[in-house]
Design a protein around this ligand. Structure first.
Ligand SMILES: Cc1cc2nc3c(=O)[nH]c(=O)nc-3n(C[C@H](O)[C@H](O)[C@H](O)COP(=O)(O)OP(=O)(O)OC[C@H]3O[C@@H](n4cnc5c(N)ncnc54)[C@H](O)[C@@H]3O)c2cc1C
Length: 432
């Protein structure tokens, strides 16, 4: 028998557990450990609440969790409750699938001013992440800015622009829905340092902007190269750019506007005690395709700024870290220690991009510890003993299901469930 610990229950953790289970069958016990009593990482706390079909990928992970070889151990934070070295004593291999939950900094003056929020915080707030339940983003001004030209920026701008009715069927948390419903924001400016040909926005997400009930997307055709130049783009990007071009034809007579401001590099954030405006420098592309400032600046009013410019992994003691992710060679960090998903590659790709990671690492583990071989490590039994000696009460699969059932039972009209947003609420549900 072999014992494997997968730390993190997001997509990367579940694909790894799935791959290990396929490789070892009943010859291994696989424990998926997470800091929260409910799994799925960014599927629960990141993917937009109005994208329920994407969140449904978790059904596939449910099957993995139900496998007799796999256990879910929640409410245990590695690096805080227990070290990686201790886990390596207990398990034959440890796979870190802890994601990249920290917002990258903008690195400009004023970014710590009240009203400037990272997208991990903002997205966590509307998705019911316990760390951001009290965020209370300022929605009382008429202008907001979102910095970034990827899908997360689109998520943030869309959520800021929808009305209550458009959240029907979503699992947005009640506190965010109520706050957004009374929001005064009428203009959201999306800032990108480069141009329409350099966006990282996908057609599905952009396409939704043409169908918002109260908001219209606005583009300036002067930002676009001649249409023939689109032919050089790969098909997905070409479609995105053609959707952007199409926004110029839309009826602009709506109450809210989402303005795409390209070639616009934020250089400072200003305000009297709280954010009031962002100073932006006009850019051009240099010969390498990077944004070069022109020296021309202008102000954009904003009482809320969301920066969606990427994420980094939370370091863990004794694990080599390069400032953004764990140092690894095709997933291997060191002896019997691996990384997968965003903790391995950084914050790029889709949910499915994490699958090959998990399979590749499972192959490496299986090459070293042939299925059928065994060790005398104690796995979950030893882990639970150690946790008990520290007064830490892990949760299990049944606890997770109980929380989900309770949430579903508390559903608001038009929503599949009302998520708990505080760790105490989760634990209270379990009678703790
Ligand atoms: C706002 C946003 C929207 C997105 N929308 C989409 C989308 O629509 N479609 C799409 O394909 N992709 C989307 N993605 C990308 C997708 O969510 C990621 O590719 C994927 O979640 C990364 O998986 P992961 O397992 O590496 O990390 P995560 O999903 O972040 O999972 C990490 C897990 O590790 C746990 N953890 C962290 N640290 C510890 C610790 N020390 N101890 C124990 N547990 C720990 C966390 O609680 C979490 O459960 C989105 C990402 C973001 C940020």
């Amino acid at each position: 028998m072999r014992h494997f610990a997968v730390v993190g229950s997001g997509p990367a953790g579940f694909y790894t557990a799935e791959a290990l289970e396929k490789a070892y069958g009943d010859q291994a016990r696989i424990d998926i450990i997470d800091r929260y009593p409910v799994p799925y990482g960014l599927i629960r706390f990141g993917v937009a609440p109005d994208h329920q079909s994407l969140k449904a990928v978790s059904k596939r992970y449910d099957k993995v969790a139900e496998s007799p070889a796999v256990d879910f151990i929640g409410n245990v934070c590695i690096g805080r409750d227990l070290s990686v070295s201790e886990l390596l004593e207990l398990y034959d291999a440890v796979i870190l699938a802890t994601g990249a939950p920290k917002d990258r900094k903008l690195g400009i003056p004023g970014e710590d001013m009240p009203g400037v929020i990272g997208s991990a915080e903002f997205v966590g707030w509307y998705n019911g992440h316990p760390d951001f339940a009290d965020l209370d983003p300022p929605l009382n001004g008429t202008h907001a800015a979102v910095i970034g030209n990827g899908n997360v920026a689109l998520d943030c701008a869309r959520i800021l622009s929808k009305n209550r009715h458009e959240f029907e069927g979503s699992d947005i948390v009640g506190h965010a829905l109520d706050a957004l419903d009374s929001s005064a924001i009428r203009t959201v400016t999306i800032l990108g340092r480069r141009g329409p040909h350099q966006i990282a926005m996908t057609p599905k997400e952009l396409g939704e902007f043409g169908h918002l009930e109260e908001a219209v997307p606005v583009v300036d055709m002067a930002d676009f190269p001649p249409v023939e130049a689109d032919q050089t783009l790969e098909p997905g990007l070409r479609k995105s750019v053609s959707l952007l071009r199409g926004f110029a034809e839309l009826d602009a007579n709506k109450a809210k506007r989402i303005v795409f401001d390209f070639f616009a590099k934020p250089v400072a954030i200003e305000g009297d005690g709280k954010v009031e405006r962002i100073i932006v420098e006009r850019t051009v592309l240099d010969e390498k395709g990077s944004a070069r400032g022109t020296g021309e600046t202008y102000d954009i009013p904003a009482s809320l700024i969301v920066s969606a410019i990427g994420y980094s992994t939370q370091p863990i003691d004794d694990v080599p870290f390069d400032g953004g992710k764990f140092v690894n060679d095709t997933g291997r960090i060191g002896d019997r220690l691996f990384a997968v998903g965003w903790a391995r590659r950084g914050p790029t790709g889709t949910i499915g991009t994490n699958r090959p990671d998990g399979y590749e690492v499972a192959d490496q583990v299986a090459a070293e510890m042939t299925p059928g071989s065994s060790s005398d490590r104690s796995g979950a039994a030893g882990l639970k003993q150690l946790l008990q000696s520290r007064g830490i009460m892990p949760t299990d699969y049944d606890d997770w299901r109980k929380i989900e059932e309770t949430e579903t039972g508390r559903a608001r009209p038009g929503s599949p469930r009302e998520k708990f947003v505080r760790v105490e609420d989760w634990l209270r549900t379990l009678g703790r």
